[in-house]
Design a protein around this ligand. Structure first.
Ligand SMILES: NC(=O)c1ccc[n+]([C@@H]2O[C@H](COP(=O)([O-])OP(=O)(O)OC[C@H]3O[C@@H](n4cnc5c(N)ncnc54)[C@H](O)[C@@H]3O)[C@@H](O)[C@H]2O)c1
Length: 471
């Protein structure tokens, strides 16, 4: 990893302390939980911002590994998209993606070293840059893209440090370019119908929510030599303590609780277990494979991190992160209010102390509250698949489709830079709280007070648009 200074800031929990010349409010004592607050004058409110409609959405993609190769195929399958440029530091990855879409797209390619993405982003005939690289260069690439006039469709997490979260907000406001994080869990069938239930009052006033990223990736991914470019994911798990991947579990809750548009996050406490597995597994691997020697003996991220947030309206949110223990996966997990509760995996809904409603009753509620957004996406996907000439890329998900649909129709995007920064800021906030014996840490307001009057995102009733096809 190239940025040792940034890694130092991450590990010490000091990112955002003003070391990079930021204006930070509050005293600077060793354990100050207010060190991340920042006085920011909003240059332009990106909430609800609609960029001019585009007939053709001209896209460049950087990072063509596991996820990025799929991103190319998914976006290439949406009506109105032209994949014009592809970039990866590994030429073979570029070739693979060019081949995958060669019947319909003829992108220019960029693979001349680790900074060639800049040359791609400097072109003036691209509208959107999709960023699918390792975590530590996301924010740098997003800022550069926006400053060169491009909207950004960025993989999660959008940034790593608090300083970078603010850079994303400030650049998006200054350039009026979208910076949307690919938080696809907010558009899944279940989270979409639960969002519709929440907005329809099924659970009454919301009180509490839980979102997780619990997913056993230890041997299959993190310690798999073939999986990631330069073992970046193992490096990110080395010497850091906190919640490193909050968005999947948290972004659906941001939408359900109207965070940044009616409520805001106030403070958090975070605690991590110690590492019971990674260091030992690496030691075992290093005994027979010298490849792992550089990681042997290093302190690794503790297995599970648990964080609790209090919101301005007095609600609580619990977030957890664990990618190493043998457990079934979990993302959005629970929402509860004055009138009922929904719990995921297995999905259950209760309206009283007397127990969960029957499966038939739950199915009927799901049918009733499946929003137009989901219904329209399913129609569009069915129509695409019926076409005998269909491209066969069945992987387009509702987030990709709606992103392109909003760009083509000149509509505000479903999620904005404030959502991206809010969910991403959990990373440095948890790192600081864990490093300070779980002291509470105050959470900055990226909307600069806009949360009091901002309108909601996620138009699940799809009042406008929905006109884009899947090819
Ligand atoms: N939204 C989701 O559900 C989801 C799912 C999987 C992965 N992701 C995210 O996608 C991102 C990529 O993950 P991955 O599994 O594809 O990793 P990967 O290692 O397979 O791919 C990263 C790619 O970036 C390239 N790269 C690295 N540095 C570069 C540079 N300077 N210039 C150009 N290319 C460069 C690498 O060669 C590699 O091909 C991560 O941020 C991850 O969190 C999101």
């Amino acid at each position: 990893m190239k940025n040792s200074r940034r890694n130092f800031l991450k590990m010490s929990g000091m990112a955002g302390m003003g070391l990079a010349g930021m204006s930070v409010m509050g005293s600077k004592g060793k354990d100050d939980g207010n060190r991340f607050l920042k006085s920011h004058r909003q240059e332009f409110n990106m909430r609800g911002y609609a960029a001019p409609a585009l007939d053709v959405v001209r896209i460049g993609v950087v990072g063509l590994g596991n996820r990025g190769s799929g991103t190319v195929r998914r976006l290439a399958s949406v009506e109105g998209v032209e994949i014009r440029a592809l970039c990866d530091v590994r030429p073979e990855m570029v070739d693979r993606s060019v081949q995958a879409i060669s019947s319909f797209h003829s992108p220019d390619t960029y693979s001349d070293g680790p900074d060639d993405w800049k040359r791609m982003m400097e072109r003036d005939d691209l509208d959107v840059i999709a960023i699918v690289t390792p975590w530590d260069i996301h924010a740098e690439q997003a800022v550069f893209a926006m400053e060169h006039g491009k909207h950004v469709y960025i993989e999660l997490p959008a940034a790593q440090t608090m300083e970078e979260c603010w850079q994303l907000v400030e650049t998006s406001e200054k350039t009026r370019k979208h910076c949307m994080q690919v938080s696809r869990s907010a558009h899944r069938n279940d989270t979409a119908y639960i969002l519709k239930m929440v907005r329809s009052g099924v659970f009454g006033d919301l009180i509490h929510a839980e979102g997780h990223y619990i997913h056993d990736l230890l041997m299959s991914h993190i310690l798999n030599k073939e999986m990631f470019y330069s073992m970046w994911r193992l490096r990110e798990n080395t010497g850091r303590q906190g919640n490193l991947y909050p968005a999947h579990g948290f972004v659906p809750i941001i939408q359900m609780m109207d965070i940044n548009c009616g409520d805001k996050l106030e403070y958090m406490v975070s605690v991590s277990s110690r590492d019971f597995m990674m260091k030992d597994r690496i030691k075992e691997l290093a005994e027979s494979d010298s490849f792992f020697e550089e990681f042997a003996g290093k302190e690794m991220r503790g297995n599970i991190n648990t964080s609790i947030i209090k919101t301005h309206k007095g609600r609580t949110i619990m977030l957890q992160h664990d990618v190493t223990t043998p457990r079934p996966g979990a993302r959005f997990n629970l929402i509860s209010g004055t009138e009922g509760v929904f719990a995921a995996g297995p999905d259950r809904l209760a309206k009283s102390h007397d127990g969960w409603v029957s499966q038939e009753e739950l199915d009927a509620l799901i049918k009733e509250y499946t929003p137009k957004l989901t219904q329209r996406f399913n129609e569009v996907r069915r129509e695409g698949q019926r076409d005998p000439e269909a491209r066969g890329y069945a992987q387009v998900d509702p987030l990709d489709w709606r992103f392109v649909d909003c760009m083509r129709n000149g509509l505000p995007l479903e999620m904005d830079v404030y959502d991206a920064a809010t969910s991403t800021a959990i990373i440095p906030l948890t790192e600081w709280s864990v490093a300070n014996r779980s002291n509470p840490v105050l959470i900055p307001d990226f909307t600069s007070g806009g949360w009091k009057t901002n309108k909601r995102g996620m138009d699940v009733d799809i009042k406008e648009g929905g006109t884009t096809r899947i090819l």
